[in-house]
Ligand binder design. Structure first.
Ligand code: CO
Ligand code: ZN
Length: 342
């Protein structure tokens, strides 16, 4: 059985920002191999794990193609130039808020460590990425470029740890925790009425790019994304939202990338009720998921998403509740394995 914490800690520590997913794809492929009928990768770097329908479909039911997508890329900081004093300047891969980056430890693929700092004169209130730099401890450009060069990408250097009984803090819960959910589903679904395509997608953080090509290739009848979502359960929240840690798997109704197919939403709700899985509904005003690109693939596919409520998204210290993770895995597993009417 996949241990959620252990598997998350392993995946979250792999250096794999958007566009450079090979290391995390290899780790996931190794974990998925015992449960897969077929594993393949494509030009964009998506990892596609296939499981054929195997539950008595002798009757009238026509197995559906179900694409379940969790993105395996992370946000990151890409080096634009190195100044004469050896300070590393960078741009963003995906959504980075300057204020969140201040004094944050980072690391590059080759193990080089550094800390993000701001120019002395920069005002914290008006901080932009251009005011920030990575200090890798070098005293000159020459010394710095022996370790770090243009186009190299840094990621957060942070730990995965528990707070309280059920909550985990980690960098890149977005979306490595959903990769764990897919592995749990892969392991737990013994019999499926549908052909399942578990897609560990690439480049979600830069505009759901991987799931676009994956969906085109798979041509699913239905797409389900598993991703993190924001919550409204923190003090003085900026965008009020009725989604909380510990209140169950979040069945997405809408976000900025899609209006979920009502058929998918109602089926998820029905399964959650029938099997007594804790759930809540989600309307996310800012942000999107792979489900948005799957829905618009070719002539369109029924699409929806199951989300894991997460605080402090895109910071090095994201937090979610393990009970919600288990609920999400149970719900996605039921949806994948059962008859779907389309
Ligand atoms: Co994200
Ligand atoms: Zn995400």
């Amino acid at each position: 059985m996949f241990d959620i914490f252990e598997t998350l800690a392993r995946l979250a520590s792999v250096h794999s920002p958007a566009g450079f997913e090979t290391p995390v794809a290899e780790t996931i492929a190794e974990l998925a191999a015992p449960y897969a009928d077929e594993i393949r990768t494509d030009a964009l770097g998506n990892l596609i794990v296939c499981r054929k329908a195997n539950a008595g479909n002798e009757g009238s039911y026509d197995p559906k193609k179900v694409m379940i997508s969790a993105h395996m890329d992370s946000i990151g900081m890409i080096v634009t130039h190195v100044d004469d004093n050896g300070y590393i300047r960078f741009s963003n891969i995906g959504g980075l808020a300057p204020a969140v980056l201040l004094n944050v430890p980072v690391r590059f693929a080759n193990g080089t460590r550094g800390v993000i700092a701001k120019e002395g004169k920069a005002e914290i209130k008006e901080l932009s990425l251009g005011d920030l730099y990575i200090d890798i401890g070098a005293s000159s450009k020459e010394e710095a470029t022996k370790k770090v060069n243009i186009g190299d990408v840094a990621v957060y250097a942070a730990e995965t740890y528990m707070v309280g009984e059920k909550r985990v803090v980690s960098p890149y819960l977005d979306d490595r925790i959903a990769c764990v959910v897919l592995l749990m589903v892969l392991e737990s679904v013994k019999e499926s009425k549908n052909d399942l395509y578990f897609v560990f997608s690439a480049q979600e953080e830069v505009g759901t790019r991987g799931s676009k090509t994956a969906a085109f290739g798979i041509e699913p009848d239905v797409g389900l994304a598993v991703d993190v979502t924001s919550t409204g359960d923190i003090p003085e929240v900026d965008v009020p939202m009725q989604c909380s840690l510990g209140k169950g798997a979040a069945i997405k109704v809408m976000d900025a990338s899609l209006i979920c197919s009502p058929k998918v939403v109602r089926k998820l709700e029905q399964l959650a009720k029938e099997f007594d899985i804790k759930y809540q509904f989600e309307v996310l005003q800012r942000g999107g998921t792979d489900a948005g690109s799957i829905q618009l693939s070719r002539s369109g596919a029924y699409s929806g998403a199951v989300s894991i409520p997460t605080r402090y998204i895109h910071s090095p210290q994201e937090m979610c509740d393990l009970d919600d993770v288990r609920a999400a895995a149970a719900l996605v597993g039921l949806y994948a394995a059962n008859e779907l009417d389309f």
